[in-house]
Design a protein around this ligand. Structure first.
Ligand SMILES: Nc1ncnc2c1ncn2[C@@H]1O[C@H](COP(=O)(O)OP(=O)(O)OP(=O)(O)O)[C@@H](O)[C@H]1O
Length: 304
């Protein structure tokens, strides 16, 4: 049984289609990362699952239970955790008071003291929410999302505004959730975060799933390669090699992005027999993401 099983979900606002038949499945202990440019439909998708908005058509199954309309049963709500946006918490309550309030909603959840510790805010437990730094607020919101000890957690851009250390600490907490068998749906604009955490990435573009797979599978979807070398050729000559789409220079190195790496390398070696330090590698997730979302029609047939 999937923790989450969504089929053909659609949503439009007036004449604008925001979700155009989205299918997503998620098992216990899996981390799914939804990537997509601004306005792709990520928040709308999560809101529809949680019943915050009503989808136009499609099926939403949570723990094997088909959801009708936008109400979610009390028993189901105890299994769900949602990281809210900063503006939804009262600025005047202290960290401990917020944790106490959330703890009181759930019968088998964490105590207020445990939630303060989960947020790593023991030293700030008497500080008002409004006085916390942006990163501390995010840590508290993350802990509050876990108040129920949920089996399925939704994290919408959880590390926004966090410094590197706080971000890595939160990544560790997500890994721990996964080890405990919790299913996690995460949206982020940080591709490194997606690569670190996700078992599976779904790329949404204009409400359509344009690709879905492990980070390695997504990178393999793009046929672009990076060719790195030292060459005496001018920028002009390098850019006219077959397949070259982009050139970047780093000190003595030329870094070429090529859509036809073998042709590029053959032509490069013919044009410059003094080429050194030649290396060919696959593109990173960021390049794959840009290619998938800028030219999604080329990749639709690969969507899993
Ligand atoms: N209540 C609404 N009424 C009309 N249009 C809406 C409404 N809510 C969202 N939209 C539109 O739906 C589209 C998808 O929005 P959504 O917030 O789901 O995108 P997103 O992928 O989460 O974007 P971001 O990365 O910027 O947070 C956008 O074009 C947005 O303007």
């Amino acid at each position: 049984m999937f923790a989450l099983d969504v089929k053909r979900l659609t949503k439009a606002y007036d004449a604008t289609t925001v979700l155009a038949g989205v299918d997503i499945q998620l098992a216990a202990g899996e981390v799914l990362c939804i990537l997509g440019p601004n306005g792709a439909g990520k928040t709308t998708f999560i809101s529809a699952i949680l019943g915050l908005i009503k989808a136009d058509s499609g099926e939403i199954n949570l723990f094997g239970e088909l959801q009708q309309g936008s109400t979610r049963s009390r028993a189901l709500r105890q299994q769900l955790g949602v990281m809210m946006q900063i503006g939804n918490l009262s600025a005047n309550l202290t960290v401990f008071e917020q944790c106490d309030l959330f703890s009181s909603y759930y019968v088998h959840g964490y105590s207020a003291t445990e939630l303060v510790a989960l947020a790593g805010l023991e030293a700030h437990s008497q500080q008002r929410f409004g006085r916390l730094s942006g990163g501390q607020k995010q840590r508290l919101l993350f802990a509050l999302a876990l108040a129920a000890k949920p089996n399925l957690v939704f994290l919408d851009e959880p590390t926004l505004g966090m410094d590197v250390e706080a971000r890595r600490a939160l990544w560790q907490q997500v890994q721990q959730l996964k080890q405990q068998g919790v299913a996690v749906v995460l949206t982020t604009h940080y591709l490194e975060e997606a690569e670190q955490l996700a078992d599976r990435i779904t790329v949404l573009n204009q409400g359509v799933v344009v690709a879905s797979g492990s980070p390695a599978e997504l990178k393999a979807l793009t046929h672009y390669k990076v060719i790195q070398c030292e060459s005496t050729l001018t920028d002009q000559a390098l850019l006219t090699l077959p397949g070259v789409q982009h050139l970047q220079r780093e000190h003595s190195l030329c870094i070429l992005h090529s859509s036809h790496a073998e042709c590029t390398v053959k032509a490069l070696l013919l044009a410059d027999d003094s080429v050194r330090q030649l290396e060919i590698r696959s593109v990173g997730l960021e390049q794959a993401f840009l290619q998938l979302t800028q030219n999604d029609t080329t990749h639709k047939e690969h969507a899993a």
